[in-house]
Design a protein around this ligand. Sequence first.
Ligand code: NAD
Ligand code: TYD
Length: 356
Amino acid sequence: MKILVTGGAGFIGSAVIRHLIAAGDAVVNLDKLTYAATPEALEDAAESPRYAFAKVDICDGPAVRAVFAEHRPDAVMHLAAESHVDRSIDDAADFIQTNVVGTYRLLEVATAYWRALEGAAKDAFRFHHISTDEVFGALGAEGLFTEETPYRPNSPYSASKAASDHFVRAWHKTYGLPVVTSNCSNNYGLYQFPEKLIPLMIINALTEKPLPVYGKGENVRDWLHVEDHARALVAVLTRGRVGETYNVGGDSEMRNIDVVGMICDLVDALSPRGSGKGSRRDLITFVTDRPGHDLRYAVDAAKIARELDWRPQETFASGLEKTVAWYLDRRDWWQGILERRYQGERLGLSKSTKAG
Ligand code: NAD
Ligand code: TYD
């Protein structure tokens, strides 16, 4: 199969591409290469004759159309997005542009392309929209997000993803485009940009910087290793029922403060601090909470388990240990980012501070 992957140079997209290339599929990676892109994650995959790359913005309809015309994909996996909640709080413009307008442009091009297909190619074509559990809003202490949970996005990021989910649904209902959508919980693993909780904490712990925990650290996320997510996405693309949505989660609920504590212990074990110094837990610093901070996310992944026989292979403990070891090993990768693109500064407070 030849699959057009948007956002394939990102954290999850690159894991998907590595997976597809290893499985023998052909891939066209359509990516604008924003600050978040990590082409290093594709160095091996890019050597395959089954890999092609197009530096294109999904908002640029004619350029996207040209990629479809040149490569004639059998399916689309749409991951390109602005993905960081804190940046969306500082400025939502790029989120609306890429996540909403960009998804609309892609839907327009994909629908015209699909309509012109014939026979088996038309029947088999799929548009897989990759989304987040954050569209469902925040849970209290109890309950899980199911596919039936009403949408209640709270951040500019989740609102833009919710809008894109609705457009994808509408293009299926109105124009018949064969879509599948998946809504996944928080991912972690190799090549995650250090603005997100887990890589930021690993790098700060290694470099003896404060570990900024928002509020009291009691917010809960349901963590899934990125390689497990990549496997889930391939299952949804190839075996998901058209028009359906699938929730994907790790069944690994953790409070932020406990995640950060585990990271400190793993970093201490793998890179001891030297005599006289205690645990890196003493670097934990409680800081001003994120505005509109969702209390808890937790996903009921029973539908994808039942229908597509997918379950996570990694526990949070095993996946986190591998992840910490990877960041220790790949200082070259994240030091390059710290030097040129992001120095770990606090994001997501500027507008709320100004307004206050
Ligand atoms: P990421 O920020 O690491 O990567 C996004 C990629 O999209 C980058 O390579 C970037 O260059 C590209 N991109 C951004 N704007 C573009 C545009 N206008 N045109 C073309 N390419 C563009 O994101 P990620 O964490 O890999 O997330 C991928 C997808 O999965 C997103 O749609 C996100 O909403 C969703 N998701 C992420 C998580 C998570 O925990 N990271 C969880 C659930 C769902
Ligand atoms: P993040 O990785 O930004 O993912 P999301 O907001 O999409 O869930 O944050 C995960 C959790 O960690 C979230 O509750 C916010 C919190 N957090 C901190 O406490 N400190 C930080 O420096 C960051 C980046 C996040």
